[in-house]
Design a protein around this ligand. Structure first.
Ligand code: BV8
Length: 259
């Protein structure tokens, strides 16, 4: 059912109150109110001419390492100049009100951690970390500062290596331990909350169906209808910064706690 007024469905609040295992899957939409363009939204300025899917790929990096590195440096600066929004903070509060809580994100901006969430499962890595393109060993800021004139900087770990962001590109495998932890959490969930994702990128987009197949109810929060919302038990039309704080406030009121 799609809700777009201000009130939350009674049965949703009751489900949230009774849920012992809550799993949340977030996508680029939860960082939209922090001013970070979503992945599919038209890129801005210089980057408007490029398809993010092509840039976020090993082929794109091999074809033009400087362009891909500069794109990530541009996104890193956007993130450094921004901050988490009420949607991120609400999820941090929700974790403290839930017996078993697991936050899974497709985002690479680290905003959930900055907002106070712990043990975040970052399916697609983290843009603030840098690795060697050949060995995948970590590269630290002092090296990057010493080679800031190079785009991308050479790797300190391999003569033919280059610095690249520690994110999962299209066509690259996700970290097995992170993905299996996310799948285990989804399969054991009573309630899965999906917020800010078009549900188009796999295997992440398969998690809500996995939760539902194992008995979970699914809530989707998105201004638009997606493949996930059409199969969800509830769809709250609107932004995550609007609905997630309302959800937490309603749960706190119902359970007599203050978040
Ligand atoms: C892999 C890091 C295998 C980089 C990203 C089936 C199974 C497995 C794989 C596939 C499969 N089918 C196809 C594939 C291949 C591919 C894939 O899924 N392709 C798609 C396009 C069909 N998957 C892969 O390649 C994955 N790898 O499966 O490897 C393998 C195994 C062994 C060995 C080798 C290989 C890897 C995928 C990871 C790609 N990396 N990010 C970077 O960020 O630069 S994904 C990238 O897209 C971002 O992480 C982003 O989060 C993600 C998903 O997009 P969304 O989060 O949904 O964002 P989007 O912009 O699309 O939508 C935003 C939504 O928010 C919208 O709905 C909007 O309405 C909403 N919104 C807007 N404002 C708000 C809002 N919502 C709430 N509030 C708001 N204010």
């Amino acid at each position: 059912m799609t809700q777009s007024g201000d009130a939350l469905p009674e049965d949703l609040i009751r489900t949230l109150l009774e849920a012992r295992r809550v799993v949340v899957l977030t996508g680029a939409g939860v960082s939209a109110e922090s001013g970070i363009p979503t992945f599919r939204e038209a890129q801005r300025g210089l980057w408007a001419q490029f398809d993010p899917m092509a840039l976020a790929s090993p082929e794109g990096f091999a074809a033009n390492p400087a362009r891909v590195w500069d794109w990530y440096q541009w996104r890193r600066q956007l993130i450094a100049d921004s901050q988490p929004n009420p949607g991120h903070r609400a999820l941090s509060e929700l974790a403290a009100m839930t017996e078993h809580f697991c936050l899974v994100t497709q985002n690479v901006d680290g905003f959930h951690q900055l907002a106070g969430s712990a043990d975040v499962l970052e399916l697609h890595g983290n843009i603030t970390r840098t690795i060697c393109s050949r060995t995948r060993s970590p590269v630290f800021d002092d090296w990057l500062a010493r080679h800031a004139d190079r785009s991308p900087p050479p790797s300190p770990h391999h003569p033919e290596g280059l610095c690249r962001p520690d994110v999962v590109w299209f066509g690259e495998a996700l970290d097995e331990s992170v993905l299996s932890a996310a799948m285990d959490a989804a399969a054991q969930a009573d309630l899965m909350i999906v917020a800010g994702t078009a549900g188009a990128v796999y295997p992440a987009a398969g998690l809500p169906a996995l939760a539902a197949e194992n008995g979970a109810r699914v809530l989707d929060i998105n201004p638009e209808i997606t493949a996930i919302s059409s199969r969800a038990d509830w769809h709250l039309t609107g932004t995550s910064a609007r609905w997630l704080p309302r959800l937490v406030a309603a749960l706190a009121a119902e359970s007599g706690l203050r978040a």
